[in-house]
Ligand binder design. Structure first.
Ligand SMILES: [Zn+2]
Length: 215
């Protein structure tokens, strides 16, 4: 398959378009033919070499993506070829204390796509079946791919940890960022009042257009 790789740390010039062996799904894994890959700032950190993640060169960036199921490993009965899926960005062990508690975001053995293991800047990727989330027909591959980190982070903070509920007032700083934009949409959907701050007027105007009550 084709992928965007890098062999040494540096700026965008170290990225190259190359060929790597097609991945083959093992037991419990799904082969995803990627249709969209999202960009995150961590991609730059990994490429520049300022992240502390360990990985093998040449490396494939990309923490989040979406596509269709193109192959099923042994024992996978939850998905079918052609299913539209988004791939959850943390590959967990499903066997440590945190995974067993249902807090797999804290998995002791977690590996992130594009950071520790090959990511989504490629035509295909492997992921555990449990990490391949079905996406509805009315959600584009691009929107699904770009929703995982931002909406997952915002949901965890506002809802899972913060207990957001109708009538709450939410202050969102730097409301022009990806996570903050997701937080704004989640907070409004939950019936909260949103106050936003940002460094520029155009970001504040965008936040108002997206539903912020006060900026
Ligand atoms: Zn674990």
């Amino acid at each position: 398959m084709k992928a965007i790789l890098f062999d040494e740390f540096g700026g965008p010039e170290v990225l190259r378009f190359g060929e790597v062996p097609d991945p083959v799904p093992g037991p419990g894994e799904i082969l995803v033919k990627l249709k969209a890959s999202a960009l995150n700032h961590v991609d730059i950190d990994v490429r520049d070499g300022v992240s502390r993640f360990n990985f093998v060169m040449p490396h494939i960036l990309g923490i989040e993506g979406a596509g269709v199921v193109a192959g099923l490993g042994a024992g996978v009965v939850s998905h079918s070829i052609g299913d539209r899926v988004a791939v959850s960005y943390i590959r967990t062990c499903d066997n440590c204390e945190w995974c067993n508690r249902g807090q797999d975001n804290l998995c002791e053995n977690r590996r992130l796509f594009g950071e520790h293991i090959p990511g989504t800047y490629a035509q295909m990727m492997l992921a555990p079946a449990s990490h391949c989330l079905p996406i509805p027909e009315n959600l584009s591959f691009a929107d699904a791919a770009a929703s995982l980190v931002a909406f997952g982070t915002a949901w965890h903070g506002l809802v899972a940890r913060g207990g957001l509920t109708i009538g709450d007032v939410v202050l969102i700083h730097s409301i022009g960022s990806g996570v903050a934009s997701a937080a704004l949409q989640i907070a409004k959907s939950a019936g909260a009042t949103v106050i936003g701050t940002a460094s520029t007027d155009d970001k504040l105007e965008r936040a108002k257009a997206d539903g912020a009550d006060f900026v």
